[in-house]
Design a protein around this ligand. Structure first.
Ligand code: 48F
Length: 251
């Protein structure tokens, strides 16, 4: 066994995948719950889809449950998404179910990847490509380059649709705001779990031509209430965006 064989295997495999994913049907930014669920349903529907995640780990805000107690709650309306993924849960009454956040994060990631979603971690999306009034791709760079502030130019990825699944800050939509392409991102309102969940799903939509927002990014764009450790809205939001985009792609 030679060290160079190990290096060659990694470099070839990674860059083959990277080349294959420079042109996508859908580029998702952020591998939290809404992004991974969106990716799964898009891949299931036959779309070519990749997720770009700036951290090393996928799962976003799932892992810590609430206050570090690694359990989360999902409501009745989202139970079919848990069943689709095969995540276990236990009823606690009143249409609520409790589940293990480690199982949720790892299963969403595993099922998305097995369904055909390519996840590129440690890649930060630093901007959008916008042409003729439509989002048509991502501007990406290595997270360590962004963290150190090195003066290194980015690369780009082309996509028919982009999804902002970046969570609370709606970081990708912020690029449109700062250029006056969208009017406002009010951010999340004070806690009201039930309303926040409803409005997150309701406001999961195309927020600018070619750009969808899911999960807490959709919530922030709508100025809807925060909801804490209940995750059904995140799962349903990811599924809703995926199904709408599949229709537009005529898949
Ligand atoms: O925050 P996050 O989990 O997003 P979500 O799908 O789910 C929110 C819940 O976890 C929770 C909640 C539920 O009630 O409130 O917070 O809306 O995951 C967002 C992911 O996007 C990544 C970030 O590291 C995280 O993994 N991310 C954010 N900005 C970028 C990014 C960026 N510019 N480029 C790449 N990844």
């Amino acid at each position: 066994m030679r060290e160079i064989e190990i290096s060659r295997a990694i470099v070839e495999a990674y860059f083959n995948d990277f080349l294959q994913n420079l042109q996508l049907d859908v580029a998702i930014v952020g591998a939290g719950p809404s992004g991974m669920v969106a990716g799964y349903y898009l891949a299931k529907g036959g779309a070519k889809v990749a997720i770009f995640e700036k951290k090393l780990s996928v799962g976003g805000g799932i892992w810590g449950g609430a206050m570090g107690f690694n359990r989360v709650v999902v409501q009745e309306s989202a139970r079919e998404v848990l069943d689709e993924f095969g995540v276990d849960y236990r009823s606690v009454g009143n249409g609520l179910y409790v589940l293990d956040s480690i199982e949720l994060a790892s299963t969403l990631a595993s099922k998305a990847v097995k369904m055909g979603v390519k996840i590129f971690n440690m890649v930060e999306v630093e901007d959008l490509v916008v042409k003729d009034g439509r989002v048509s791709g991502l501007v990406i760079n290595w997270t360590p380059v962004m963290m150190t502030g090195l003066h290194v130019d980015p690369l780009t990825v082309e996509a028919k649709f982009v999804i902002d699944s970046t969570g609370h800050g709606a970081q990708i939509s912020q690029h449109l705001l700062k250029r006056g392409l969208i009017k406002a991102i009010p951010g999340e309102g004070p806690m009201w779990a039930e309303k926040g969940e409803e409005l997150t799903v309701e406001h999961t939509k195309e927020v600018f031509p070619g750009l969808y927002a899911t999960g807490m990014a959709a919530n922030a764009l709508a100025g809807a209430p925060r909801m804490g450790p209940i995750f059904g809205g995140m799962l349903l939001s990811g599924r809703k965006a995926a199904l709408e985009i599949l229709q537009k792609l005529e898949k």
